[in-house]
Structures are given as C-alpha cells and as structure tokens.
Design a protein around this ligand. Structure first.
Ligand SMILES: [Ca+2]
Length: 126
C-alpha cells in the first residue's frame, strides 16, 4: 500500500512538471503528501499536527501529543487514492457530532465546531 501510494505521488509530481510550462502555477500549489493537517488557529495558522493515519483519540495525536478540542482549521493534503477523504468528529472513536468531510486538496478555514474535534478517519469519499 505504501509503495503504491508513493508511486502515485511520483506520477502526480511528474504530471505537475509536465503542466508547469502551459499552466500558471498557483501560489498555493503543493504536492500531496498523504497527510491531513489540523491547526490550532483559523485559516491554517498556529500549532498544527499532521498524519496519514486515522486518529482515534486526539488526546494522543501521533507525534504531536494532546491536540484534543484545539482544532480550528484543517487541510487534507492526502492522495487521490482509494481513501482520499477525511471525516472529523467531536468525540473520540469517531463519535459525537460529525463536523466536516474534506476531500484530498480541500481545506476549511473556520470549523463549525471550533475547538471540539476529538477524532478523524480516512474514508473512500465524503
Ligand atoms: Ca483552536
């Protein structure tokens, strides 16, 4: 699975290079890296955590520590593969209220449930 994703990312990077000569590049154009980002502040600012995995309980965000009830904005920089979407929830274990679903490349500047996200998981679509 990791190899397949890496190969796909290289394909995307190659496609971006091919298109560079004919299409104006966006200032925000980035190469997908398979991660979803969650930020403490609105508009993708402040402290952040990133992961390509599901996070069952934001009190124990991998590589980031306790990020429970802190998320104010988010960005899905995942791959356009079989699991391109990320769904966010207000309680641990993907419970409580469903907050938002972001497809690959999508972001949200102001979450409706500000400082309430406690889990997220990848999905095949929104
Ligand atoms: Ca916050």
């Amino acid at each position: 699975m990791q190899i397949k994703k890496a190969a796909f990312a290289l394909t995307l990077a190659a496609a971006a290079l091919v298109g560079a000569g004919s299409t104006p590049a966006s200032a925000h154009a980035v190469t997908p890296n398979g991660n979803v980002y969650v930020y403490d502040r609105a508009e993708q600012n402040g402290a952040y955590c990133a992961t390509g995995n599901n996070v069952y309980d934001y009190r124990y965000f991998p590589g980031c520590g306790d990020f429970n009830d802190r998320t104010s904005s988010a960005w899905n920089n995942g791959y356009a593969d079989s699991m391109p979407a990320v769904k966010f929830y207000t309680a641990m274990a993907y419970g409580g209220n469903f907050v938002v679903c972001l497809m690959d490349g999508d972001s949200v500047d102001y979450l409706g449930y500000d400082n309430q996200i406690s889990s997220h998981r990848w999905a095949s679509g929104c």
